[in-house]
Design a protein around this ligand. Structure first.
Ligand code: PMP
Length: 439
């Protein structure tokens, strides 16, 4: 049996995540290997990775220091119990993250994914208020079109209907702020839109409705990636910060996409100049190499738990793989790579070039908006009347056939290349998308 026949025969058992399984198995797109900016498919084609995997391979594929660090670590310490036990690399990584994080976010809780980081942050928020003597703060507030992973807390505070509607009644006591996606007022803006800061005032409405003393936390993505790259209007995040602070509500930034250089700074919080009380991360933490997430929490939150008898567990929460040594080694090497190759600075220096390149597509057929920030971009298409999302997906398939991998979400094509991308590769990526749109 040759390799291609074997692949075909193996297609049955695997129930693929977030995938139209039947359609995929008719037209499988299979990757055999990767290096830097490129995948090689099982049938030997080179395809540019225009999305850094799923927004995670910020240093490009098989960054040598990370590969070596993982190889060394599995030879030395493959696993150590995560509870009641430590190993030096977990402490070193937490210190490095605390140093990198904005302001007072000096404590780190390790998880294995973005979804787990979100659940962890929501649970910490509830337990924090209880520890501070305000057990009545139990309500959680998310936002329409928000994506906070796929576990029950995350889909409850999240606001993407397809991720919610099949799964019952979800968590109680959750409200949603309005989303900030507004093409009519903000279409074709580079960077932050002018209009919409007042949408944050809806939080005051929820405070008036429920009483501020019942609300534990607000969670938002500073830049909403999965719903199609929705940017915060100027002043919006600042307003959320003011209102949450005024009412003693915690502000959580879900930075699973925006952390580790995607916007040209270590965190979206740095880019937008707003310091939340917690930041959830994953993806770029290990450059996608090993599953790992981290929640960064403020001094104040952490301190609230460090009272009471010292033989008691302060937070009844954690995962078998929290702070896994191999994941820690990968993350330390990823942070070294980001620093030594100055990848965050590199992303910042390419921001304008990237936005200008994308905006050259504004007169292409079907384009109704273009958005760009850092090394993230989106081209939104007018959907065909009877088949929403098909136009974007067909465009994605055409680009794949022409050698560039993009991503679609709804009617939007999203892009987030590795931060190592060259200007000539930006031209190639955008040129290929242009041809796919023309077709
Ligand atoms: N939060 C945000 C903002 C995300 O973008 C994602 C993943 N795209 C998640 C959470 C979930 O991360 P994971 O898939 O690692 O669970």
């Amino acid at each position: 049996m040759n390799a291609e026949t074997k692949i075909r025969n193996d297609l049955g058992a695997y129930w693929m995540p977030f995938t139209a399984n039947r359609q995929f198995k008719d037209n499988p797109r299979m990757i055999a290997s990767a290096e830097g900016m490129y995948y090689t498919t099982t049938d030997g084609r080179q395809v540019m990775d225009g999305t850094a995997g799923l927004w995670c391979v910020n240093a490009g594929h098989r960054a040598p220091r990370i590969t070596e660090a993982v190889q060394r670590q599995v030879e030395e310490l493959d696993y150590a119990p995560a509870f009641q036990m430590g190993h030096p690399k977990a402490f070193e990584l937490a210190s490095r993250l605390a140093e990198l994080a904005p302001g007072k976010l000096n404590h780190v809780f390790f998880t294995n994914s973005g979804s787990e980081s979100v659940e962890t942050a929501l649970k910490i928020a509830l337990a924090y208020h209880k520890a501070k003597g305000e057990p009545g703060r139990t309500r959680l507030i998310g936002r329409e079109k928000g994506y906070h992973g796929v576990n029950f807390g995350g889909i409850s505070v999240g606001g993407m209907v397809n991720n919610r509607r099949a799964f019952g009644t979800l968590l109680g006591g959750v409200d949603h702020l309005p989303h900030t996606h507004d093409i009519a007022r903000n279409g074709f803006t580079k960077g932050q839109p002018e209009h919409g800061a007042e949408l944050a005032d809806d939080l005051e409405r929820l405070v008036a409705l429920h009483g501020g003393e019942t609300i534990a936390a607000v969670i938002v993505e500073p830049m909403a990636g999965s719903a199609g790259v929705i940017l915060p209007p100027k002043g919006y995040l600042q307003k959320l910060r003011e209102i949450t602070r005024k009412h003693g509500i915690l502000l959580i930034f879900d930075e699973v996409i925006t952390a580790y250089g995607r916007l040209g700074r270590a965190f979206g919080a740095d880019y937008y100049g707003v310091e939340p009380d917690m930041i959830t991360t994953a993806k770029g933490l290990t450059n996608g190499v090993i599953a790992m997430g981290a929640v960064l929490a403020s001094e104040d939150i952490h301190d609230a738990f460090m009272t009471g008898p010292d033989h008691m567990i302060e937070l009844f929460h954690g995962y078998t793989y929290s702070g896994n040594p191999v994941a820690c080694a990968a993350a330390l090497a990823a942070l070294d790579t980001y620093r030594e190759e100055e990848l965050f600075e590199r992303a910042a220096s390419l921001e304008d070039y990237w936005a200008d390149a994308l905006f050259s597509l504004r007169d292409k057929p079907g384009v109704i908006d273009i958005r760009a920030v850092g090394l993230v971009g989106a081209v939104e298409l007018e959907p065909f009347a009877d088949t929403p999302t098909k136009r974007a997906f067909d465009t994605y398939l055409r680009a794949w056939d022409k050698g560039v991998h993009l991503r679609t979400t709804g009617d939007t094509i999203a892009m987030s290349p590795p931060l190592i991308i060259e200007k000539s590769e930006i031209d190639q990526l955008v040129g290929t998308l242009g041809e796919a749109l023309d077709a």
